[in-house]
Ligand binder design. Sequence first.
Ligand code: APR
Length: 312
Amino acid sequence: MTSKIAIVGAGMTGSTSAHWLAEREIADLVLVDIVEGMPQGKALDLQEALPVVGKDVSVVGTNDFAATKGSDIVVITAGVPRKPGMSREDLLTINAKIVSDATLSALKYSPDAIFIVLTNPLDTMAYLAMKIGKLPRERIVGQAGILDSARMRAFVALETGVSVENIDCYVMGGHGDEMVPLTRHSNVAGVPLREYLPADKLEAIVNRTRKGGGEIVNLLKTGSAYYAPAVAVAQMAEAILKDKHLIIPASASMQGEYGLKDMFFGVPVQLGRNGVEKIIEYTLDAQEKAALEKSAAAVKESISVMQGLVKI
Ligand code: APR
Protein backbone atom coordinates (compact mmCIF):
# COMPACT_ATOMS: atom_id res chain seq x y z
CA MET A 1 0.00 0.00 0.00
CA THR A 2 1.24 3.49 -0.67
CA SER A 3 -0.83 5.07 2.06
CA LYS A 4 -0.51 4.58 5.81
CA ILE A 5 -2.94 5.15 8.66
CA ALA A 6 -1.94 5.22 12.33
CA ILE A 7 -4.66 4.44 14.87
CA VAL A 8 -3.83 5.59 18.38
CA GLY A 9 -5.75 3.55 20.92
CA ALA A 10 -6.22 -0.12 20.00
CA GLY A 11 -9.29 -0.59 22.18
CA MET A 12 -12.75 -1.38 20.85
CA THR A 13 -13.08 1.61 18.52
CA GLY A 14 -9.45 1.63 17.36
CA SER A 15 -9.29 -2.06 16.54
CA THR A 16 -12.73 -2.07 14.91
CA SER A 17 -11.65 0.91 12.80
CA ALA A 18 -8.66 -1.16 11.69
CA HIS A 19 -11.02 -3.97 10.75
CA TRP A 20 -13.30 -1.79 8.59
CA LEU A 21 -10.27 -0.02 7.08
CA ALA A 22 -8.47 -3.26 6.22
CA GLU A 23 -11.57 -4.47 4.36
CA ARG A 24 -11.45 -1.32 2.22
CA GLU A 25 -7.79 -2.06 1.32
CA ILE A 26 -6.84 1.61 1.16
CA ALA A 27 -3.81 1.83 3.45
CA ASP A 28 -1.35 -0.03 5.63
CA LEU A 29 -2.33 0.20 9.27
CA VAL A 30 -0.48 0.75 12.53
CA LEU A 31 -2.25 0.27 15.87
CA VAL A 32 -0.62 2.02 18.84
CA ASP A 33 -1.56 1.56 22.48
CA ILE A 34 0.05 1.81 25.89
CA VAL A 35 -1.01 -1.71 26.86
CA GLU A 36 1.82 -4.11 26.08
CA GLY A 37 1.03 -7.00 23.74
CA MET A 38 -2.60 -6.02 23.07
CA PRO A 39 -2.08 -3.93 19.90
CA GLN A 40 0.44 -6.49 18.66
CA GLY A 41 -2.00 -9.35 19.27
CA LYS A 42 -4.97 -7.60 17.64
CA ALA A 43 -2.89 -6.53 14.65
CA LEU A 44 -1.57 -10.05 14.12
CA ASP A 45 -5.07 -11.53 14.39
CA LEU A 46 -6.36 -9.04 11.80
CA GLN A 47 -3.34 -9.66 9.55
CA GLU A 48 -4.10 -13.38 9.69
CA ALA A 49 -7.76 -12.74 8.75
CA LEU A 50 -6.92 -10.85 5.56
CA PRO A 51 -5.98 -13.82 3.34
CA VAL A 52 -9.57 -15.06 3.78
CA VAL A 53 -11.00 -11.85 2.37
CA GLY A 54 -8.13 -11.34 -0.08
CA LYS A 55 -6.90 -7.97 1.14
CA ASP A 56 -3.22 -7.05 0.85
CA VAL A 57 -2.73 -4.68 3.73
CA SER A 58 0.01 -4.64 6.35
CA VAL A 59 -1.27 -4.40 9.94
CA VAL A 60 1.26 -3.65 12.69
CA GLY A 61 0.61 -3.36 16.42
CA THR A 62 3.02 -1.46 18.63
CA ASN A 63 3.63 0.50 21.83
CA ASP A 64 6.09 2.76 20.04
CA PHE A 65 5.03 5.77 17.98
CA ALA A 66 8.16 5.38 15.84
CA ALA A 67 6.28 2.68 13.89
CA THR A 68 3.71 5.29 12.81
CA LYS A 69 6.36 7.27 10.89
CA GLY A 70 5.10 8.78 7.65
CA SER A 71 1.38 8.19 8.27
CA ASP A 72 -1.01 10.04 5.96
CA ILE A 73 -3.80 9.92 8.53
CA VAL A 74 -3.71 9.64 12.32
CA VAL A 75 -6.88 8.45 14.03
CA ILE A 76 -7.08 9.22 17.76
CA THR A 77 -9.30 6.90 19.79
CA ALA A 78 -7.09 6.79 22.88
CA GLY A 79 -8.81 7.66 26.11
CA VAL A 80 -10.65 6.35 29.10
CA PRO A 81 -14.41 6.00 29.37
CA ARG A 82 -16.31 7.74 32.17
CA LYS A 83 -16.50 5.40 35.14
CA PRO A 84 -18.93 5.47 38.06
CA GLY A 85 -17.95 8.23 40.51
CA MET A 86 -15.87 10.10 37.93
CA SER A 87 -16.93 13.68 37.31
CA ARG A 88 -17.06 15.22 33.84
CA GLU A 89 -14.05 17.35 34.86
CA ASP A 90 -12.07 14.26 35.90
CA LEU A 91 -12.80 12.69 32.51
CA LEU A 92 -11.84 15.89 30.72
CA THR A 93 -8.55 16.16 32.59
CA ILE A 94 -7.56 12.54 31.93
CA ASN A 95 -8.57 12.43 28.27
CA ALA A 96 -7.08 15.88 27.61
CA LYS A 97 -3.69 14.62 28.77
CA ILE A 98 -4.01 11.42 26.69
CA VAL A 99 -5.14 13.28 23.55
CA SER A 100 -2.42 15.95 23.93
CA ASP A 101 0.33 13.34 24.33
CA ALA A 102 -1.05 11.25 21.44
CA THR A 103 -1.24 14.26 19.12
CA LEU A 104 2.29 15.45 19.85
CA SER A 105 3.80 11.93 19.67
CA ALA A 106 2.05 11.24 16.35
CA LEU A 107 3.04 14.60 14.88
CA LYS A 108 6.69 13.95 15.73
CA TYR A 109 6.71 11.06 13.24
CA SER A 110 4.03 12.24 10.79
CA PRO A 111 4.26 16.05 10.63
CA ASP A 112 1.96 16.28 7.60
CA ALA A 113 -0.75 13.86 8.69
CA ILE A 114 -4.46 14.62 8.73
CA PHE A 115 -5.98 13.92 12.15
CA ILE A 116 -9.35 12.28 12.80
CA VAL A 117 -10.31 12.54 16.48
CA LEU A 118 -12.84 10.27 18.20
CA THR A 119 -12.03 10.56 21.89
CA ASN A 120 -14.85 12.09 23.90
CA PRO A 121 -15.91 14.73 24.72
CA LEU A 122 -15.41 14.86 20.97
CA ASP A 123 -15.69 18.52 19.98
CA THR A 124 -13.56 19.57 22.96
CA MET A 125 -10.86 16.95 22.31
CA ALA A 126 -10.65 17.86 18.61
CA TYR A 127 -10.29 21.55 19.57
CA LEU A 128 -7.56 20.64 22.07
CA ALA A 129 -5.66 18.50 19.53
CA MET A 130 -5.73 21.34 16.98
CA LYS A 131 -4.41 23.85 19.52
CA ILE A 132 -1.77 21.62 21.08
CA GLY A 133 -0.57 20.36 17.69
CA LYS A 134 -0.76 23.85 16.13
CA LEU A 135 -2.58 22.22 13.22
CA PRO A 136 -4.16 24.19 10.40
CA ARG A 137 -7.95 23.77 10.49
CA GLU A 138 -8.08 21.68 7.33
CA ARG A 139 -5.87 18.98 8.84
CA ILE A 140 -8.07 18.04 11.76
CA VAL A 141 -11.61 16.78 11.93
CA GLY A 142 -13.69 15.06 14.59
CA GLN A 143 -15.80 11.98 13.93
CA ALA A 144 -19.32 12.23 15.24
CA GLY A 145 -21.73 13.36 12.54
CA ILE A 146 -21.58 10.25 10.34
CA LEU A 147 -22.30 8.19 13.45
CA ASP A 148 -25.19 10.34 14.65
CA SER A 149 -26.66 10.54 11.13
CA ALA A 150 -26.25 6.78 10.61
CA ARG A 151 -28.12 6.14 13.85
CA MET A 152 -30.95 8.32 12.64
CA ARG A 153 -30.94 6.57 9.24
CA ALA A 154 -31.09 3.19 10.98
CA PHE A 155 -34.06 4.26 13.11
CA VAL A 156 -35.91 5.66 10.06
CA ALA A 157 -35.28 2.40 8.20
CA LEU A 158 -36.58 0.37 11.12
CA GLU A 159 -39.71 2.56 11.30
CA THR A 160 -40.46 2.70 7.57
CA GLY A 161 -39.14 -0.62 6.28
CA VAL A 162 -37.38 1.29 3.47
CA SER A 163 -33.80 0.46 2.48
CA VAL A 164 -31.15 2.43 4.34
CA GLU A 165 -29.80 3.33 0.89
CA ASN A 166 -32.90 5.48 0.28
CA ILE A 167 -32.59 7.29 3.58
CA ASP A 168 -30.51 10.45 3.99
CA CYS A 169 -30.30 12.06 7.38
CA TYR A 170 -28.37 15.08 8.52
CA VAL A 171 -27.43 15.69 12.12
CA MET A 172 -25.58 18.85 13.05
CA GLY A 173 -24.22 20.35 16.26
CA GLY A 174 -22.12 19.13 19.14
CA HIS A 175 -21.77 15.41 19.82
CA GLY A 176 -24.02 15.40 22.87
CA ASP A 177 -27.65 15.34 23.90
CA GLU A 178 -28.17 18.79 22.34
CA MET A 179 -27.23 17.63 18.82
CA VAL A 180 -29.62 18.79 16.12
CA PRO A 181 -31.18 16.18 13.79
CA LEU A 182 -32.34 18.23 10.79
CA THR A 183 -35.75 16.80 9.95
CA ARG A 184 -36.37 19.33 7.16
CA HIS A 185 -33.23 18.27 5.24
CA SER A 186 -33.46 14.56 6.03
CA ASN A 187 -35.47 12.52 3.56
CA VAL A 188 -36.66 9.14 2.30
CA ALA A 189 -35.90 8.97 -1.44
CA GLY A 190 -36.25 12.73 -1.68
CA VAL A 191 -39.43 13.03 0.40
CA PRO A 192 -38.73 15.14 3.52
CA LEU A 193 -39.02 13.14 6.74
CA ARG A 194 -41.54 15.67 8.04
CA GLU A 195 -43.87 14.61 5.21
CA TYR A 196 -43.00 10.92 5.27
CA LEU A 197 -43.56 10.25 8.97
CA PRO A 198 -46.24 11.36 11.44
CA ALA A 199 -44.98 13.99 13.88
CA ASP A 200 -44.98 11.71 16.94
CA LYS A 201 -42.93 9.01 15.16
CA LEU A 202 -40.47 11.59 13.89
CA GLU A 203 -40.09 13.13 17.33
CA ALA A 204 -39.39 9.71 18.82
CA ILE A 205 -36.67 9.12 16.20
CA VAL A 206 -35.11 12.53 16.88
CA ASN A 207 -35.01 11.82 20.62
CA ARG A 208 -33.62 8.33 20.17
CA THR A 209 -30.90 9.71 17.87
CA ARG A 210 -29.91 12.33 20.43
CA LYS A 211 -29.58 9.67 23.12
CA GLY A 212 -28.17 7.01 20.78
CA GLY A 213 -24.78 6.82 22.50
CA GLY A 214 -26.33 6.46 25.95
CA GLU A 215 -28.71 3.73 24.73
CA ILE A 216 -25.72 1.58 23.75
CA VAL A 217 -23.78 2.37 26.95
CA ASN A 218 -26.78 1.30 29.04
CA LEU A 219 -27.00 -1.98 27.17
CA LEU A 220 -23.27 -2.77 27.09
CA LYS A 221 -22.68 -1.66 30.68
CA THR A 222 -18.88 -1.93 30.29
CA GLY A 223 -18.17 0.33 27.34
CA SER A 224 -19.56 2.46 24.55
CA ALA A 225 -20.45 1.99 20.88
CA TYR A 226 -17.70 0.99 18.50
CA TYR A 227 -19.00 -0.59 15.27
CA ALA A 228 -20.72 2.55 14.01
CA PRO A 229 -18.04 5.04 15.17
CA ALA A 230 -15.38 2.84 13.60
CA VAL A 231 -17.05 2.45 10.21
CA ALA A 232 -17.42 6.23 10.16
CA VAL A 233 -13.63 6.46 10.51
CA ALA A 234 -13.24 4.18 7.50
CA GLN A 235 -15.55 6.34 5.39
CA MET A 236 -13.72 9.52 6.38
CA ALA A 237 -10.27 8.03 5.76
CA GLU A 238 -11.34 6.74 2.36
CA ALA A 239 -12.77 10.14 1.40
CA ILE A 240 -9.41 11.71 2.29
CA LEU A 241 -7.09 9.17 0.67
CA LYS A 242 -9.18 8.91 -2.51
CA ASP A 243 -9.65 12.68 -2.65
CA LYS A 244 -13.40 12.17 -3.04
CA HIS A 245 -14.58 15.67 -2.05
CA LEU A 246 -17.21 13.84 -0.03
CA ILE A 247 -19.64 15.92 2.00
CA ILE A 248 -20.28 14.33 5.38
CA PRO A 249 -21.31 15.68 8.77
CA ALA A 250 -18.25 16.01 11.03
CA SER A 251 -16.81 18.18 13.76
CA ALA A 252 -14.69 20.98 12.30
CA SER A 253 -12.94 24.12 13.45
CA MET A 254 -15.39 27.02 13.22
CA GLN A 255 -14.04 30.27 11.90
CA GLY A 256 -17.19 32.30 11.46
CA GLU A 257 -19.40 29.69 9.82
CA TYR A 258 -22.88 29.56 11.34
CA GLY A 259 -21.79 32.59 13.38
CA LEU A 260 -19.41 30.42 15.45
CA LYS A 261 -15.72 30.95 16.21
CA ASP A 262 -12.89 29.36 18.19
CA MET A 263 -14.58 26.01 18.72
CA PHE A 264 -15.25 22.68 17.00
CA PHE A 265 -18.81 21.91 15.96
CA GLY A 266 -20.67 19.33 13.92
CA VAL A 267 -21.35 20.72 10.43
CA PRO A 268 -21.44 19.43 6.84
CA VAL A 269 -17.80 19.17 5.80
CA GLN A 270 -16.29 18.45 2.37
CA LEU A 271 -13.39 16.00 2.73
CA GLY A 272 -10.60 15.43 0.23
CA ARG A 273 -6.88 14.70 0.11
CA ASN A 274 -6.07 17.94 1.91
CA GLY A 275 -8.58 17.23 4.65
CA VAL A 276 -11.38 19.70 5.31
CA GLU A 277 -11.85 21.50 1.99
CA LYS A 278 -15.01 23.34 2.74
CA ILE A 279 -17.73 23.80 5.32
CA ILE A 280 -21.20 23.84 3.81
CA GLU A 281 -23.58 26.40 5.27
CA TYR A 282 -27.23 25.37 5.17
CA THR A 283 -29.95 27.96 5.23
CA LEU A 284 -31.63 27.32 8.56
CA ASP A 285 -35.03 28.37 9.86
CA ALA A 286 -35.50 30.06 13.24
CA GLN A 287 -36.22 26.80 15.08
CA GLU A 288 -33.11 25.11 13.68
CA LYS A 289 -30.97 28.14 14.47
CA ALA A 290 -32.19 28.19 18.07
CA ALA A 291 -31.47 24.47 18.49
CA LEU A 292 -27.96 24.93 17.07
CA GLU A 293 -27.28 27.86 19.39
CA LYS A 294 -28.25 25.70 22.36
CA SER A 295 -25.94 22.93 21.16
CA ALA A 296 -23.10 25.41 20.54
CA ALA A 297 -23.49 26.78 24.07
CA ALA A 298 -23.02 23.25 25.48
CA VAL A 299 -19.82 22.74 23.43
CA LYS A 300 -18.47 26.19 24.40
CA GLU A 301 -19.08 25.37 28.04
CA SER A 302 -17.15 22.09 27.75
CA ILE A 303 -14.26 23.86 25.98
CA SER A 304 -14.11 26.56 28.65
CA VAL A 305 -14.07 23.92 31.43
CA MET A 306 -11.22 22.17 29.60
CA GLN A 307 -9.34 25.46 29.23
CA GLY A 308 -9.60 25.93 32.99
CA LEU A 309 -8.05 22.50 33.57
CA VAL A 310 -5.41 22.26 30.85
CA LYS A 311 -2.90 24.83 29.68
CA ILE A 312 -3.04 25.19 25.89
N1 APR B 1 -1.76 6.22 24.23
C1 APR B 1 -2.30 5.22 23.49
N2 APR B 1 -3.39 4.54 23.87
C2 APR B 1 -3.96 4.86 25.03
C3 APR B 1 -3.47 5.90 25.85
C4 APR B 1 -2.32 6.59 25.40
N3 APR B 1 -1.78 7.58 26.12
N4 APR B 1 -4.26 5.98 26.94
C5 APR B 1 -5.22 5.05 26.81
N5 APR B 1 -5.05 4.37 25.66
C6 APR B 1 -5.83 3.28 25.11
C7 APR B 1 -6.31 2.28 26.15
O1 APR B 1 -5.27 1.41 26.57
C8 APR B 1 -7.40 1.56 25.39
O2 APR B 1 -6.92 0.39 24.73
O3 APR B 1 -7.02 3.74 24.50
C9 APR B 1 -7.85 2.59 24.33
C10 APR B 1 -9.31 3.00 24.45
O4 APR B 1 -10.07 1.89 24.14
P1 APR B 1 -11.43 1.48 24.88
O5 APR B 1 -11.26 1.66 26.35
O6 APR B 1 -11.85 0.16 24.34
O7 APR B 1 -12.44 2.63 24.44
P2 APR B 1 -13.23 2.74 23.05
O8 APR B 1 -14.57 2.11 23.20
O9 APR B 1 -12.37 2.31 21.94
O10 APR B 1 -13.46 4.31 22.98
C11 APR B 1 -12.36 5.18 22.77
O11 APR B 1 -13.60 6.77 21.49
O12 APR B 1 -15.85 6.90 20.92
C12 APR B 1 -14.86 7.33 21.81
O13 APR B 1 -16.05 7.76 23.88
C13 APR B 1 -15.12 6.93 23.24
O14 APR B 1 -13.46 8.39 24.19
C14 APR B 1 -13.75 7.04 23.83
C15 APR B 1 -12.86 6.62 22.68
